[in-house]
Design a protein around this ligand. Sequence first.
Ligand code: PLP
Length: 244
Amino acid sequence: MSLNFRCAQRFGNLVPMNTPVSENLQRVRQQIELAAVSAGRVAEAVKLLAVSKTMPAQAVREAYAAGQIAFGENYIQEGVDKMAELADLPLEWHCIGPIQSNKTKLVAENFAWVHSLDRLKIAERLSAQRPAHLPPLQVCLQVNVDGGANKSGVSPHDLLALAQAVAKLPQMKLRGLMTIPEPAENEAATRAVHHQAKELFDSLNAVGLNLDTLSMGMTADLGVAIAEGSTCVRVGTAIFGSRH
Ligand SMILES: *Cc1c(COP(=O)(O)O)cnc(C)c1O
């Protein structure tokens, strides 16, 4: 299967070009509700994070006007610049991209959430640099469930130790796990990764970590992610259109 064919297959009907952000959001909310109800869950159990990376501040304004509050950014400086342009709106910003040591201060001072935490050293810096006047940073640990070689994320083997260490840090609240499955040939393979992530999530709760957030599912796989227990889908393309 060629890559082009696979992209068309994965994104095909989901993303009509040039439809307004408000319409796209409405369609995505319907998809979430349908997936939740089919899985015997309620739509309110699944939070929608609108991924606005590479999109202009104006697109975020349009989404806000359509009722969207939570936005995700991958590139930290880009996110912080956008926040400044949108400081008049009461938005909730989530960092979902890799964090280098030299960017922890920017993250600690500007974001409400981090989904992409995978190292204790970064966690310790974020906690120490979180300003005292802000609520604790809400964090998910990114876990590399399928062992994708060039991907971030803590291995399932090291997850418990990291979770226990992060849970003890001040100015930080451990909320859950995040995962990004490798693009798979079929839905069953993607679904198996989501299923494993849910099992890891449950196993941490079984030892008392009290997690409530399982961040998984993007434009192409939000339905299966919700069927497997996602509580937060991170959707970019289906809301804002294609990024290239
Ligand atoms: C870009 C990105 C998304 C959104 O992906 P889409 O396929 O555009 O919905 C979600 N999560 C992460 C971590 C991303 O980098």
